[in-house]
Design a protein around this ligand. Structure first.
Ligand SMILES: Cc1cc2nc3c(=O)[nH]c(=O)nc-3n(C[C@H](O)[C@H](O)[C@H](O)COP(=O)(O)OP(=O)(O)OC[C@H]3O[C@@H](n4cnc5c(N)ncnc54)[C@H](O)[C@@H]3O)c2cc1C
Ligand code: FES
Length: 399
């Protein structure tokens, strides 16, 4: 029976050093047995307050992302590979190349240099924007200690927090802090089409972004430059702190504030991403307005606080059969299904490895699994996040 402490430890030390350290050796090529690629940091630029824009060169065959998607990045810190997810904020390379072509021909979709594409049109580099958290392990490392030339592990682009996932029409981005990153990725891609309302959009865009103070804005004023140049974009920046550093009581999102900033908010396709308090308020407001179906949500923060120790008492040893691969392993009741699969030589998709991103969701064919965060039991036919679930008895998974 695992202790709650050991579960936390497992979430934050997702890979054993021995398993991956050797893999970072550049002589080993660009891809690892589990499908992850090796990327190299090609530039680091400070932005905002204690944040950085980091460009990473993936290997040649790395798949192109859709704006709004994220990538799981593994970073070696003190001999352990720590994995976290970051939004890819650069415009996909094919769009950058098309934009460069228009610009060189002076075509109608040439955009101002003040609007970045996140990487040059020639390069296959991708950009991420990392906001260092006060006690955050990986974000602080990337912002303060990482260097150009450092090697990283890269998953594939993942996620459906993207423009293609909503019908065309007017959009609203309700964001806070580093939650601006998927919005910026989508805005840059739309801007790459030029100053006319982009084909992908079919309407206009309002951004309501919350930030401690304007100095802390990521992307060095690019958001405001975009709003000044693009007739289809309006940006409202809300400072959440007063001059003395105290919380600004006026900044909290409410029905009145939404009506003031964007009268038709409940009719717009809305992307919500930001700190937990903003997410909670946003989800409640849209639900109260009967507009929950218009809202897409991306969660950046872990919900580990919800672990209910007493409800873990059911977790027990059993065996796990991975049906599609025909491989079976014994479980000690103390190892999550994702790790069991990896120990068995399989390479299931994973991103955050901590129950946030849903990349690892897999169907249970038979048996019962327990979600270690809240003790909930899943059974045949359910789809579970295997990075936070253990088998309770004999389990067969669709892997
Ligand atoms: C899909 C997705 C996309 C994301 N995109 C981005 C992005 O584009 N940019 C970005 O900056 N982030 C992004 N994130 C968040 C990112 O993945 C990390 O979660 C974030 O950077 C924090 O990781 P960390 O290792 O620095 O913090 P961790 O060490 O994992 O800590 C998590 C939090 O707990 C706090 N904490 C840690 N230890 C303590 C302690 N002892 N006491 C109190 N508090 C503590 C930290 O301050 C931090 O806020 C994304 C997350 C997801 C799921
Ligand atoms: S890998 Fe992100 S939820 Fe499992």
């Amino acid at each position: 029976m695992p202790s709650v402490g050991s579960l936390f430890e497992r979430f934050t030390t997702p890979h054993s050093p021995g398993a991956l350290l050797g893999s970072l050796n550049p002589r080993w090529g660009t891809r690892f047995p589990d499908g992850r690629a090796r990327g190299v940091i090609s530039s680091i630029s400070p932005t905002g307050s204690n944040a950085a824009l980091i460009t990473i060169l993936p290997p040649l065959a790395w798949p192109e992302h859709r704006p709004g998607q994220f990538v799981a990045i593994g970073v070696e810190i003190d001999g352990v590979i720590e994995t976290r997810c970051f939004t890819i904020t650069s415009v996909p390379r094919s769009v950058r190349k098309a934009q460069a072509h228009h610009a060189s021909g002076g075509g109608p979709s040439a955009i101002s240099e003040r609007i970045s594409l996140g990487a040059s049109s020639e390069s296959r580099a991708i950009e991420i924007a990392v906001q260092a958290s006060d006690s955050g392990l990986v974000s602080k490392h990337l912002v303060n200690a990482a260097r150009v030339g450092d090697h990283l592990l890269l998953g594939h682009p993942e996620g459906d927090f993207t423009l293609e996932s909503v019908p065309s029409g007017d959009l609203l981005f309700l964001t806070g802090g580093s939650g601006i990153t998927p919005a910026m990725a989508m805005l840059r891609a739309l801007a790459a089409e030029g100053v006319e309302p982009p084909r992908l959009l079919g309407g206009n865009v309002v951004v309501i972004h919350h930030v401690r103070s304007r100095d802390a804005l990521l992307f060095d004023g690019e958001l405001e430059s975009m709003a000044a140049e693009l007739p289809w974009l309006r940006v409202e920046v809300i400072e959440t702190r007063l001059r003395d550093g105290e919380p600004n009581p006026e900044a909290r999102i409410s029905m009145d504030r939404l009506n003031a900033h964007c009268a038709d908010w409940n009719h717009r396709r809305t992307f919500l991403c930001g700190p937990k308090a903003l997410m909670d308020d946003g989800i409640d407001l849209w639900a109260d307005a009967g507009a929950a179906d218009n809202m897409r949500v991306e969660v950046f923060q872990s919900v580990h606080g919800a672990v209910a120790g007493e409800s873990l008492a059911n977790s027990a040893a059993g065996s796990v059969l991975f049906a599609r691969s025909g491989v079976a392993v014994e479980s000690d009741g103390n190892t999550v299904l994702l790790e069991l699969a990896e120990q068995a030589g399989l390479a299931p998709k994973s991103g955050c490895r901590m129950g946030i991103c849903h990349t690892c969701v897999t169907q249970v064919h038979s048996g019962n699994t327990i979600d270690l965060r809240n003790g909930s039991i899943s059974t045949a036919g359910d789809r579970v996040q295997i990075c936070v679930s253990c088998p309770v008895d004999e389990v067969t998974l669709d892997l």
